[in-house]
Design a protein around this ligand. Structure first.
Ligand SMILES: Nc1nc2c(c(=O)[nH]1)N[C@H]1C(S)=C(S)[C@@H](COP(=O)(O)O)O[C@H]1N2
Ligand SMILES: [Mo]
Length: 241
């Protein structure tokens, strides 16, 4: 009740700001934590409004989940750069030495193995990967919700974003803390009936089904909680779908 009326208030405030001017919109959005991170000036007031409106309308919304019968028979593994020597060595060892570091604004920085992650609650979801290039597929993703890992690490209240890094140095991304705690945001180790294949990001991929495919980074090695962020990337930071 209270949340709804607050939301209605903010929404009408933003709509009124459309008339009153974008500076007002920015102030209202800023006051309610709805400003997208500093993206080297790429984001103008329009992007701010898109982000703010999307967050208000869909803060707790779930990405669509599909029945098992709709799992794609031939999911498309997008091409990835050839594996590094480091990756090949880890693969030869059955990924037993794969490590996920959790650091930044957390009370308990930690390093987890895949076995550690497998000992955490396992969930599954049948959701779609949507590439900005226009193709998509549906698969079952099996893993542990990122929120559980964040709880163990004790993310500090001032953390607003989560950056995540791949073993591929050119692949990293970030999401806001709301999406980080979203129940469908998974550290994924399984796909359909088996282990997550390397082509699809195995042994460890962050699935962010509420955003476009490029936010679901493959071969995750580190996640860092932060309170500010200078975004560097080729695509729009917020890719809500
Ligand atoms: N590490 C890494 N993660 C990545 C990519 C990549 O090349 N390397 N490609 C991204 C892009 S652009 C998309 S659309 C999806 C593709 O996922 P898929 O291979 O499961 O189809 O993975 C994303 N994650
Ligand atoms: Mo993509």
């Amino acid at each position: 009740m209270k949340a709804m009326s607050r939301r209605a208030l903010i929404t009408s405030g933003l709509a009124a700001a459309g008339v009153a001017g974008l500076a007002t919109a920015n102030r209202i959005a800023g006051k309610h934590g709805l400003i997208p991170p500093d993206c080297r000036g790429i984001y103008g007031p329009g992007e701010t409004l898109t982000y703010a409106a999307h967050r208000l309308l869909t803060r707790d919304a779930m990405a669509r989940e599909f029945p098992r019968s709709m799992i794609s028979n031939n999911p498309f593994a997008n091409e990835v750069a050839p594996p590094s020597e480091q990756f090949k060595k880890l693969q030869a060892g059955g990924f037993n030495d794969w490590k996920l570091t959790v650091d930044g604004l957390v009370a308990h920085p930690m390093t987890l193995s895949l076995a550690d992650l497998r000992s955490m609650p396992t969930h599954s979801q049948i959701t779609e990967v949507v590439c900005e290039e226009g193709w998509s597929y549906v698969a079952e993703w099996i893993g542990t919700p990122l929120s559980g890992v964040l709880r163990e690490a004790g993310v500090l209240p001032q953390a607003r974003y989560l950056k995540y890094f791949s073993i591929q140095p050119e692949w990293s991304d970030s999401i806001d803390i709301g999406d980080a705690h979203h129940p469908q945001t998974f550290l994924t180790m399984g796909m359909n009936d088996g282990d997550l294949p390397v082509g699809f990001g195995g042994p460890l991929r962050l699935r962010v089904p509420r955003q476009l495919g490029y936010k679901s980074v493959k071969y995750i090695t580190r996640i860092t909680a932060t309170d500010s962020m200078k975004f560097q990337g080729d695509y729009a930071w917020f890719a809500g779908i």
